[in-house]
Write a protein that binds this ligand. Sequence first.
Ligand code: GDP
Length: 138
Amino acid sequence: MERTFSMIKPEAVINKVSGKIITAIEEHGLKIIAQKMLQLSKEQACCFYAAHRDKAFFNELINNITAGPVIVQVLSGDNAVEDYRSLMGAANPASAEEGSLRKLYGISIEKNAVHGSDCAQTAEREIAFFFNQLEIMS
Ligand code: GDP
């Protein structure tokens, strides 16, 4: 079993589609083994997205991710990283696959409803950023 990290972004929580996203994750076959709601500070968001700090859209990214509460999760399954990325769809909702979470619930590339780790190594770093071992079901 592989683990991946998922974040339901503020726009999805504010638009009250977080329940639909959670249902889609479960119906897709990924198991939620940890979950909580929190609001990131700007400092925490800069740390989480440090890899993007040189990008032109960095400030906008930090403003969006701190605009309201997020739901963070650890998902488990065979090939969970790639499986969740295919459920999420492409970063831009306009070009995301039909039926994908970003197509269904994303508003724009900045407000694309969900985040998922891009590889297993990133997943472990992102999981450790938000969860301690006691909070994750084995
Ligand atoms: P992801 O792994 O599919 O989430 O995509 P990236 O790691 O490349 O980007 C992280 C996040 O930055 C994306 O989910 C978007 O919210 C945002 N983002 C990516 N590209 C752009 C862009 O060109 N403009 C803006 N404003 N935001 C972007």
